[in-house]
Write a protein that binds this ligand. Structure first.
Ligand SMILES: NC(=O)c1ccc[n+]([C@@H]2O[C@H](COP(=O)([O-])OP(=O)(O)OC[C@H]3O[C@@H](n4cnc5c(N)ncnc54)[C@H](OP(=O)(O)O)[C@@H]3O)[C@@H](O)[C@H]2O)c1
Length: 332
Protein backbone atom coordinates (compact mmCIF):
# COMPACT_ATOMS: atom_id res chain seq x y z
CA UNK A 1 0.00 0.00 0.00
CA UNK A 2 1.01 3.64 -0.38
CA UNK A 3 1.33 6.28 2.29
CA UNK A 4 2.76 9.77 2.68
CA UNK A 5 5.90 10.04 4.73
CA UNK A 6 8.02 12.96 5.87
CA UNK A 7 11.64 12.29 6.69
CA UNK A 8 12.56 15.84 7.74
CA UNK A 9 10.80 19.02 8.80
CA UNK A 10 10.74 21.72 6.11
CA UNK A 11 8.88 22.95 3.03
CA UNK A 12 5.96 20.46 2.83
CA UNK A 13 6.25 19.83 -0.91
CA UNK A 14 9.96 19.07 -0.53
CA UNK A 15 9.90 16.80 2.51
CA UNK A 16 6.73 14.77 1.86
CA UNK A 17 6.88 11.70 -0.38
CA UNK A 18 4.43 9.01 -1.42
CA UNK A 19 6.14 5.74 -0.43
CA UNK A 20 5.37 2.01 -0.46
CA UNK A 21 4.60 0.60 2.99
CA UNK A 22 3.68 -2.85 4.33
CA UNK A 23 -0.06 -3.51 4.53
CA UNK A 24 -1.64 -2.77 7.92
CA UNK A 25 -2.68 -6.42 8.33
CA UNK A 26 -5.89 -7.87 9.74
CA UNK A 27 -7.69 -6.14 12.62
CA UNK A 28 -6.92 -7.46 16.10
CA UNK A 29 -9.54 -7.71 18.85
CA UNK A 30 -11.36 -4.38 19.20
CA UNK A 31 -9.78 -2.98 16.02
CA UNK A 32 -11.06 -2.06 12.58
CA UNK A 33 -9.31 -1.71 9.23
CA UNK A 34 -10.56 0.87 6.77
CA UNK A 35 -9.61 2.15 3.32
CA UNK A 36 -8.97 5.88 3.32
CA UNK A 37 -11.25 7.41 0.70
CA UNK A 38 -10.32 11.09 1.06
CA UNK A 39 -8.33 13.46 3.23
CA UNK A 40 -7.97 17.26 3.11
CA UNK A 41 -4.74 19.24 3.44
CA UNK A 42 -5.39 21.61 6.32
CA UNK A 43 -3.22 24.51 7.56
CA UNK A 44 -2.32 22.47 10.67
CA UNK A 45 -1.03 19.61 8.47
CA UNK A 46 1.19 22.08 6.63
CA UNK A 47 2.48 23.43 9.98
CA UNK A 48 3.14 19.89 11.14
CA UNK A 49 5.25 19.24 7.99
CA UNK A 50 7.16 22.48 8.58
CA UNK A 51 7.86 21.43 12.16
CA UNK A 52 6.10 24.36 13.79
CA UNK A 53 2.92 22.60 14.92
CA UNK A 54 2.33 21.71 18.56
CA UNK A 55 2.96 18.03 17.68
CA UNK A 56 6.44 17.21 16.34
CA UNK A 57 6.52 13.40 16.07
CA UNK A 58 9.77 11.49 15.63
CA UNK A 59 10.69 10.96 11.96
CA UNK A 60 9.82 9.36 9.63
CA UNK A 61 6.20 10.33 10.25
CA UNK A 62 2.90 10.27 8.39
CA UNK A 63 0.86 13.48 8.61
CA UNK A 64 -2.90 13.77 8.39
CA UNK A 65 -5.21 15.00 11.11
CA UNK A 66 -8.41 13.77 9.47
CA UNK A 67 -9.90 11.56 6.76
CA UNK A 68 -12.95 9.56 5.79
CA UNK A 69 -12.76 5.83 5.17
CA UNK A 70 -14.76 2.73 4.30
CA UNK A 71 -14.48 -0.17 6.75
CA UNK A 72 -12.84 -3.24 5.18
CA UNK A 73 -12.76 -5.56 8.21
CA UNK A 74 -13.59 -5.55 11.91
CA UNK A 75 -11.90 -7.50 14.70
CA UNK A 76 -13.41 -9.67 17.41
CA UNK A 77 -15.44 -7.74 19.95
CA UNK A 78 -16.24 -4.75 17.75
CA UNK A 79 -19.87 -3.69 18.00
CA UNK A 80 -21.74 -1.01 16.07
CA UNK A 81 -19.36 -0.98 13.07
CA UNK A 82 -19.40 -3.40 10.15
CA UNK A 83 -17.57 -3.80 6.83
CA UNK A 84 -18.81 -1.25 4.32
CA UNK A 85 -19.56 1.43 6.93
CA UNK A 86 -18.23 4.92 6.32
CA UNK A 87 -16.22 6.24 9.26
CA UNK A 88 -14.09 9.15 10.37
CA UNK A 89 -11.04 8.61 12.54
CA UNK A 90 -10.43 10.64 15.70
CA UNK A 91 -6.69 9.89 15.53
CA UNK A 92 -3.93 11.24 13.24
CA UNK A 93 -1.52 9.75 10.61
CA UNK A 94 -4.25 9.49 7.98
CA UNK A 95 -2.34 10.34 4.78
CA UNK A 96 -2.31 6.74 3.66
CA UNK A 97 -4.37 4.21 1.71
CA UNK A 98 -5.34 2.03 4.66
CA UNK A 99 -5.60 2.35 8.47
CA UNK A 100 -5.91 -0.15 11.30
CA UNK A 101 -7.21 1.58 14.42
CA UNK A 102 -8.95 0.98 17.73
CA UNK A 103 -12.68 0.86 16.99
CA UNK A 104 -13.22 3.36 19.83
CA UNK A 105 -11.53 6.01 17.67
CA UNK A 106 -13.89 5.50 14.73
CA UNK A 107 -17.17 7.35 14.31
CA UNK A 108 -19.57 5.70 11.84
CA UNK A 109 -21.41 8.22 9.66
CA UNK A 110 -25.01 8.20 8.43
CA UNK A 111 -25.73 7.09 4.87
CA UNK A 112 -26.04 9.66 2.11
CA UNK A 113 -23.11 11.88 3.05
CA UNK A 114 -20.94 13.40 0.34
CA UNK A 115 -17.64 11.63 1.01
CA UNK A 116 -15.45 14.63 0.16
CA UNK A 117 -17.37 16.70 2.71
CA UNK A 118 -17.21 13.84 5.21
CA UNK A 119 -13.41 13.88 4.92
CA UNK A 120 -13.53 17.41 6.37
CA UNK A 121 -16.03 16.71 9.16
CA UNK A 122 -13.74 16.02 12.09
CA UNK A 123 -11.89 19.30 12.44
CA UNK A 124 -13.36 22.45 10.95
CA UNK A 125 -17.12 22.11 11.60
CA UNK A 126 -16.44 21.08 15.21
CA UNK A 127 -13.98 23.95 15.63
CA UNK A 128 -16.53 26.48 14.38
CA UNK A 129 -19.17 25.09 16.73
CA UNK A 130 -16.97 25.08 19.84
CA UNK A 131 -15.60 28.55 19.10
CA UNK A 132 -19.18 29.77 19.39
CA UNK A 133 -20.01 27.75 22.49
CA UNK A 134 -16.98 27.42 24.75
CA UNK A 135 -15.95 30.98 25.64
CA UNK A 136 -18.80 33.46 25.59
CA UNK A 137 -22.37 32.38 24.97
CA UNK A 138 -23.74 35.27 22.90
CA UNK A 139 -27.52 35.61 22.95
CA UNK A 140 -29.68 35.66 19.81
CA UNK A 141 -29.37 39.02 18.12
CA UNK A 142 -25.84 39.64 19.42
CA UNK A 143 -22.85 40.15 17.13
CA UNK A 144 -19.70 38.05 16.80
CA UNK A 145 -16.64 39.20 14.84
CA UNK A 146 -14.21 36.81 13.16
CA UNK A 147 -11.33 37.07 10.72
CA UNK A 148 -10.25 34.44 8.14
CA UNK A 149 -13.97 34.42 7.42
CA UNK A 150 -13.46 32.90 3.98
CA UNK A 151 -11.78 29.80 5.43
CA UNK A 152 -13.64 26.54 5.92
CA UNK A 153 -13.91 27.25 9.67
CA UNK A 154 -15.06 30.80 8.95
CA UNK A 155 -17.78 29.66 6.56
CA UNK A 156 -19.06 27.02 8.97
CA UNK A 157 -19.06 29.60 11.74
CA UNK A 158 -21.22 31.97 9.66
CA UNK A 159 -23.82 29.23 9.14
CA UNK A 160 -23.78 27.90 12.72
CA UNK A 161 -23.96 31.43 14.15
CA UNK A 162 -26.97 32.18 11.95
CA UNK A 163 -28.67 29.01 13.21
CA UNK A 164 -28.15 30.28 16.77
CA UNK A 165 -29.71 33.64 15.84
CA UNK A 166 -26.37 35.48 16.06
CA UNK A 167 -25.13 38.14 13.68
CA UNK A 168 -21.63 37.94 12.23
CA UNK A 169 -19.12 40.59 11.23
CA UNK A 170 -16.69 38.82 8.92
CA UNK A 171 -13.20 40.08 8.23
CA UNK A 172 -11.46 38.93 5.03
CA UNK A 173 -8.34 39.97 3.13
CA UNK A 174 -9.99 40.28 -0.33
CA UNK A 175 -13.41 41.68 -1.15
CA UNK A 176 -14.22 39.31 -4.03
CA UNK A 177 -15.53 36.78 -1.48
CA UNK A 178 -18.05 39.16 0.14
CA UNK A 179 -21.07 38.19 -1.99
CA UNK A 180 -20.50 34.48 -1.43
CA UNK A 181 -20.13 34.88 2.34
CA UNK A 182 -23.31 36.97 2.41
CA UNK A 183 -25.12 34.20 0.55
CA UNK A 184 -24.10 31.86 3.42
CA UNK A 185 -25.66 34.26 5.93
CA UNK A 186 -22.85 36.72 6.76
CA UNK A 187 -24.43 39.95 8.00
CA UNK A 188 -21.40 42.13 7.40
CA UNK A 189 -18.17 41.50 5.44
CA UNK A 190 -15.21 43.84 5.98
CA UNK A 191 -11.78 43.84 4.39
CA UNK A 192 -9.10 43.89 7.09
CA UNK A 193 -7.16 47.13 7.53
CA UNK A 194 -5.92 49.69 10.02
CA UNK A 195 -9.32 51.33 10.53
CA UNK A 196 -11.14 48.00 11.11
CA UNK A 197 -12.45 49.00 14.56
CA UNK A 198 -14.10 52.18 13.25
CA UNK A 199 -15.59 50.42 10.23
CA UNK A 200 -16.87 47.58 12.40
CA UNK A 201 -18.47 50.06 14.79
CA UNK A 202 -20.31 51.71 11.90
CA UNK A 203 -21.30 48.41 10.28
CA UNK A 204 -22.88 46.98 13.45
CA UNK A 205 -24.49 50.28 14.41
CA UNK A 206 -22.38 50.59 17.56
CA UNK A 207 -23.73 47.32 19.02
CA UNK A 208 -21.38 45.78 21.61
CA UNK A 209 -19.52 42.70 20.34
CA UNK A 210 -18.70 40.33 23.22
CA UNK A 211 -16.90 37.63 21.20
CA UNK A 212 -13.99 38.17 18.81
CA UNK A 213 -12.39 35.26 16.95
CA UNK A 214 -8.92 35.42 15.41
CA UNK A 215 -6.99 32.95 13.25
CA UNK A 216 -4.59 35.37 11.55
CA UNK A 217 -2.60 36.35 14.66
CA UNK A 218 -0.02 39.19 14.54
CA UNK A 219 -1.53 42.67 14.38
CA UNK A 220 -4.77 41.23 12.94
CA UNK A 221 -5.51 39.97 16.46
CA UNK A 222 -5.00 43.49 17.80
CA UNK A 223 -7.49 44.80 15.24
CA UNK A 224 -10.10 42.25 16.37
CA UNK A 225 -9.42 43.17 20.02
CA UNK A 226 -9.85 46.85 19.15
CA UNK A 227 -13.18 46.08 17.45
CA UNK A 228 -14.87 44.30 20.37
CA UNK A 229 -16.65 45.77 23.39
CA UNK A 230 -15.13 46.50 26.80
CA UNK A 231 -14.91 43.24 28.77
CA UNK A 232 -15.22 41.08 25.63
CA UNK A 233 -13.26 37.89 24.96
CA UNK A 234 -10.99 37.42 21.95
CA UNK A 235 -10.31 33.78 21.10
CA UNK A 236 -7.16 32.96 19.14
CA UNK A 237 -7.34 29.63 17.29
CA UNK A 238 -4.90 29.97 14.40
CA UNK A 239 -1.98 31.96 13.01
CA UNK A 240 -2.32 32.21 9.23
CA UNK A 241 0.12 35.16 9.23
CA UNK A 242 2.74 32.97 10.93
CA UNK A 243 3.24 35.77 13.46
CA UNK A 244 2.84 35.86 17.20
CA UNK A 245 -0.20 37.45 18.75
CA UNK A 246 -0.30 41.23 19.21
CA UNK A 247 -2.75 42.84 21.60
CA UNK A 248 -2.95 46.52 22.50
CA UNK A 249 -2.41 47.45 26.13
CA UNK A 250 -5.44 49.78 26.17
CA UNK A 251 -7.68 46.90 25.05
CA UNK A 252 -6.20 44.52 27.62
CA UNK A 253 -5.67 46.83 30.60
CA UNK A 254 -8.07 49.72 30.22
CA UNK A 255 -11.01 48.08 28.47
CA UNK A 256 -10.77 44.66 30.11
CA UNK A 257 -10.73 42.67 26.88
CA UNK A 258 -9.35 39.20 27.54
CA UNK A 259 -7.40 37.03 25.15
CA UNK A 260 -7.69 33.27 25.27
CA UNK A 261 -6.71 30.37 23.04
CA UNK A 262 -8.73 27.56 21.53
CA UNK A 263 -7.63 24.15 20.41
CA UNK A 264 -10.08 21.49 19.21
CA UNK A 265 -8.32 18.67 21.07
CA UNK A 266 -8.70 20.51 24.36
CA UNK A 267 -12.29 21.44 23.50
CA UNK A 268 -13.23 17.83 22.82
CA UNK A 269 -11.32 16.58 25.88
CA UNK A 270 -13.69 18.63 28.06
CA UNK A 271 -16.55 16.50 26.76
CA UNK A 272 -17.47 12.88 27.47
CA UNK A 273 -17.09 10.30 24.65
CA UNK A 274 -20.91 10.28 24.41
CA UNK A 275 -21.00 14.07 24.04
CA UNK A 276 -18.29 13.94 21.36
CA UNK A 277 -20.24 11.32 19.41
CA UNK A 278 -23.46 13.33 19.75
CA UNK A 279 -21.65 16.45 18.53
CA UNK A 280 -20.37 14.66 15.43
CA UNK A 281 -23.73 12.97 14.81
CA UNK A 282 -25.34 16.41 14.72
CA UNK A 283 -22.64 17.91 12.49
CA UNK A 284 -22.82 14.90 10.14
CA UNK A 285 -26.55 15.50 9.63
CA UNK A 286 -25.82 19.15 8.85
CA UNK A 287 -23.23 18.05 6.26
CA UNK A 288 -25.57 15.44 4.80
CA UNK A 289 -28.35 18.00 4.45
CA UNK A 290 -26.02 20.53 2.81
CA UNK A 291 -26.40 23.01 5.69
CA UNK A 292 -22.64 22.90 6.23
CA UNK A 293 -20.41 22.67 3.19
CA UNK A 294 -16.79 23.53 2.50
CA UNK A 295 -15.83 24.38 -1.07
CA UNK A 296 -13.27 22.11 -2.74
CA UNK A 297 -10.85 23.53 -5.28
CA UNK A 298 -9.07 20.36 -6.40
CA UNK A 299 -8.53 16.67 -5.75
CA UNK A 300 -5.28 14.74 -6.27
CA UNK A 301 -4.19 11.10 -6.19
CA UNK A 302 -1.86 10.21 -3.31
CA UNK A 303 1.04 9.76 -5.75
CA UNK A 304 0.80 13.51 -6.50
CA UNK A 305 1.12 14.57 -2.87
CA UNK A 306 3.87 17.10 -3.70
CA UNK A 307 1.65 18.90 -6.24
CA UNK A 308 -1.27 18.75 -3.81
CA UNK A 309 0.84 20.31 -1.06
CA UNK A 310 2.06 23.08 -3.36
CA UNK A 311 -1.52 23.80 -4.40
CA UNK A 312 -2.77 23.83 -0.79
CA UNK A 313 -0.27 26.59 0.07
CA UNK A 314 -1.49 28.95 -2.67
CA UNK A 315 -3.31 32.08 -1.48
CA UNK A 316 -6.63 33.02 -3.02
CA UNK A 317 -7.82 29.44 -3.34
CA UNK A 318 -11.53 28.81 -3.83
CA UNK A 319 -11.65 25.88 -1.46
CA UNK A 320 -9.78 22.96 0.00
CA UNK A 321 -7.33 20.63 -1.66
CA UNK A 322 -8.30 16.99 -1.12
CA UNK A 323 -6.38 13.78 -1.76
CA UNK A 324 -8.17 10.57 -2.80
CA UNK A 325 -5.71 7.81 -1.83
CA UNK A 326 -7.74 5.03 -3.42
CA UNK A 327 -9.01 7.02 -6.39
CA UNK A 328 -12.60 7.94 -7.23
CA UNK A 329 -13.43 4.28 -7.59
CA UNK A 330 -12.67 3.84 -3.89
CA UNK A 331 -14.71 6.90 -3.06
CA UNK A 332 -17.84 6.00 -5.03
N1 LIG B 1 -7.16 25.59 16.98
C1 LIG B 1 -7.74 24.58 16.35
O1 LIG B 1 -8.06 23.55 16.95
C2 LIG B 1 -8.03 24.72 14.89
C3 LIG B 1 -8.86 23.80 14.25
C4 LIG B 1 -9.15 24.00 12.88
C5 LIG B 1 -8.57 25.05 12.21
N2 LIG B 1 -7.73 25.89 12.87
C6 LIG B 1 -7.13 27.05 12.20
O2 LIG B 1 -8.16 27.73 11.54
C7 LIG B 1 -7.62 28.48 10.47
C8 LIG B 1 -8.48 28.22 9.23
O3 LIG B 1 -8.35 26.84 8.87
P1 LIG B 1 -9.15 26.27 7.62
O4 LIG B 1 -8.82 24.87 7.44
O5 LIG B 1 -10.58 26.66 7.77
O6 LIG B 1 -8.49 27.18 6.47
P2 LIG B 1 -8.68 27.10 4.88
O7 LIG B 1 -10.06 26.72 4.53
O8 LIG B 1 -7.55 26.31 4.32
O9 LIG B 1 -8.49 28.63 4.48
C9 LIG B 1 -7.36 29.36 4.85
C10 LIG B 1 -7.78 30.81 4.99
O10 LIG B 1 -6.69 31.57 5.49
C11 LIG B 1 -6.64 32.80 4.80
N3 LIG B 1 -5.27 33.27 4.87
C12 LIG B 1 -4.16 32.63 4.44
N4 LIG B 1 -3.06 33.36 4.73
C13 LIG B 1 -3.50 34.48 5.36
C14 LIG B 1 -2.84 35.63 5.87
N5 LIG B 1 -1.51 35.75 5.85
N6 LIG B 1 -3.61 36.58 6.42
C15 LIG B 1 -4.94 36.48 6.47
N7 LIG B 1 -5.62 35.41 6.00
C16 LIG B 1 -4.90 34.43 5.44
C17 LIG B 1 -7.11 32.49 3.40
O11 LIG B 1 -7.60 33.64 2.82
P3 LIG B 1 -7.97 33.73 1.25
O12 LIG B 1 -9.29 33.04 1.11
O13 LIG B 1 -8.04 35.18 1.00
O14 LIG B 1 -6.85 33.03 0.52
C18 LIG B 1 -8.21 31.45 3.68
O15 LIG B 1 -9.44 32.09 3.90
C19 LIG B 1 -6.17 28.02 10.34
O16 LIG B 1 -5.33 28.96 10.98
C20 LIG B 1 -6.15 26.71 11.10
O17 LIG B 1 -4.88 26.38 11.62
C21 LIG B 1 -7.45 25.75 14.19
Amino acid sequence: MKKVEITAYGAPEEIADCVEAPDVGAPGPGEIVFDVLAFPINPADLSMCRGNYRLRPPLPATPGAECVGRVAAVGIGVGGIKPGDIVINLQRENWTQRRRIDAKDAIPLPAGLDLDQAAMLRINPATALLLLEDHVAPKPGEWVIQNVANSAVGRHLIVLAKQKGLRTANVVRRDDVAAELKSLGADVVLVDGDDLAARTHDAVGGAPIRLGIDAVSGTACKRIADSVADGAVVVSYGAMSGEDLVMSRPALSFRGVSLTGFNLGRGLAKRSPQQVRALYADLAIKLRDGVLKAPIEATYPIEDIKQALTHAQRGGRNGKVLVLPNGRLGAS
